[in-house]
Ligand binder design. Sequence first.
Ligand SMILES: [Zn+2]
Length: 175
Amino acid sequence: MAIYFDAASQTDKDGDDPACHGLVHDVDVGALFRQKTAFKSLNQAEKLNIINNHFRPGEDYAFPKVFMNGCNRSFQRSWQQRYPWLVYSKECDGGFCLPCVLFAIRESLCTLVTTPFNRWIKVSKVCGEHEKNRYHIDTMVAYDNFLTTSRNPQKTSKFKLKANAGSRLRETDKL
Ligand SMILES: [Zn+2]
C-alpha cells in the first residue's frame, strides 16, 4: 500500500514512489481503491487525513462531460450540498460515499462504496436510495462520532467523564 500520509510520521525508506512524499492534499478515494488500499485497516490518523484532505473540486473545476441519454452530462457540485457525504473522485470521474468507504461494516456493499457512481442521470435514485440504507445510517453515526473524538479528543473525554460522574436523567424523564 502506498504511503500518502504525513511524511513526518512515516519513515520513507524506499524513496522512489512519488506517493511516498507526504502527499496530504487532494487525496482521492478512487486512486486509493486503485492502489488496493485496505480501508478497514487504516488507523485513525490515516482516516482523518483522507477526510480532511480529500479532493474538493473548486468553483472553476471543469468536470468531464459524458454523453448520456441524449445530453452531455457531468458530476454537479450542487449534489454535494444535497448529499454532504458525497465526494468526487477525479481519478475515476465518479462519486463515492466517503463515510461508507471508511466505516461501513457490511460486506455486500456496492455503488458509491466499492465502485464509483457515474450514472449521472440516476443521481436521485442512486444517492437517494443509498441514504436510506441501514448500513449508511449506522455509518453516519459512527462517522460523526469519529469526527467528534478525532478533532477534539480532550473535550470528548472530559465530557464523557462528566457525563458518567453526574447524575443522569432517568429514561422515564424523556417521556
Ligand atoms: Zn454511505
